[in-house]
Design a protein around this ligand. Sequence first.
Ligand code: GDP
Length: 614
Amino acid sequence: RIAEAMAARSKDELRSPICCILGHVDTGKTKLLDKIRQTNVQEGEAGGITQQIGATYFPVENIIQKTAILGDLTEEYKLPGLLVIDTPGHESFTNLRTRGSSLCNIAILVVDLMHGLEPQTLESIRLLRDRKTPFIVALNKIDRIYDWRATPDNGFQSSFAKQPKHVREEFETRVTATITAFAEQGLNAKLYYENKNFAKYVSFVPTSAITGEGIPDLLHLLVTLTQSRLTDRLMYVSELECTVLEVKVIEGLGTTIDVVLSNGYLNEGDRIVVCGLNGPIVTQVRALLTPQPLRELRVKSAYVHHKRVKAALGIKISAPDLEKAIAGSRLLVVGPDDDEEELKDAVMEDLQTLLKSIDKSGRGVSVQASTLGSLEALLEFLRVSKIPVSAINIGPVHKKDIIRASAMLEKAKEFAVMLAFDVEVDKDAALLAEQLGVRVFTADIIYHLFDKFTAYNKDIVEQRRKEQAPSAVFPCILRMIPGAIFSRRDPIILGADVVEGTLRLGTPICVVQFDPATKKRDIVNLGVVTGIENNHKPVELVKKGMAGAGVAVKIESPPSDTPKLYGRHFTDKDEFYSRITRKSIDVLKTSFREDLSKEEWALVVKLKKILDVI
Ligand code: GDP
């Protein structure tokens, strides 16, 4: 079958590449897509552009028309067309993959020429690199350069040549700044017409989504780049490549899936397998649907039915049992020779891999994302950021997800958190979260989620430190300066050196006495440090080596204890230890780990031995 599939591949019959648009908010992604869709043909015909499900298809004739202004390029185009995914900025689509490589064959990263690189641009770059997706940069809003003289829908270079000197200068300054900003991200970039090495340099295409300038250049580059550099990925294969973009309930149809067919064919009646939250779903295609073209709105049905469709296209599939299907899943067709069980395993594979990122300790945040791809991106980010995850899910956040997250309230409060990436939180779930004390953070950008979580986590840690401060005992060893006793009992006041560690207010102090009669070691608790004076000035703490001539330490015993007496319970020959316990060590470990130096942690171990702490 593989040989057959390979034979069916041909460099002459390429499929349409799939293109995604992404970038920071307000850079002009939507406007750019609108402008590309808009036709400049007089009669207002859509020029063969077909609106699909979640995507727009531009046949090559339309692209030829749109790029005609650059000269006659008809000969150059080998692709049947271009499929542009419609939801710009929806980065989950960039995350979608078919068999390990990105569903998007090429991406347009839109950058606002007037703003340069913005936070979301950086995130997009990171994603594109992770997925090894080739991309070109639309340097948009060139018309906003002061005094720009627009020639609508013109090729960029021709328009640029018409600009006055100061406009050209400002343009060049901004381009240089953007190239520098890309360099800081480790990316070499050049204006596309100066770019001689597309493998090494990212191309900038200056555009205006308002005047349409540069759009011919953008389309031309998209097509020529993909057909020259991605031929291999664009050859037809008899094998199918199909990905679920969205799961949607449609009146009259029930739960449907919107898919992108990136290679191969789909037929009405095909037996299909997709990944479901509760296991693989096997069902039969009832209908393959695309929207009714605009000009035929009078037709009753909202959809056109297809018997057979060919890649690349976006299409809605109506079939039974799709309720639990998940966005981002691969879709496979059961052929006559296929082992259905094998296909079921194959579609579940991606989800199984993600389930492995759940922390073994059972402690961690809950995460939820819109698609398998976006969940994968989020999990990867959390892994790198060392934030453990205890539960994952795909799709909107419901009550049951909150209940699951609330299990952490007992185990580790800082993880009683739901990170919702690019998904809705339903009202009941939000309400329940508030009642239970589960924090829900939502964002469309991964690092925003991360920022919200880390800020929250810091608050929680700070709060816990405050609560636990009284039970924290920092390690130290003191030695009395011989004869330096200023008050023999309650409060004891003595002069001492900090031999090791740090002496702090509030530290309980003890000595260890050996009773020769019973041959037993006894820990004698003297009380708690309530005053420290260094050079006659009260201080909160004294570190080893800080006080040259020693410090005066006041030790008060708690009312419940019998006060200890100098000469009877302790002398100036004793070593004085901070009284650590199992509990105080645990508190240090959970909340004050960073406050202790390596040396001080070693001292904790030493004191543990001296004081027989198990
Ligand atoms: P998106 O958030 O990236 O999809 O950005 P939009 O397409 O919604 O555009 C954001 C704003 O920028 C809108 O007000 C657009 O009209 C404006 N805009 C987009 N592209 C251009 C452009 O090339 N030139 C100018 N002057 N404005 C633009």
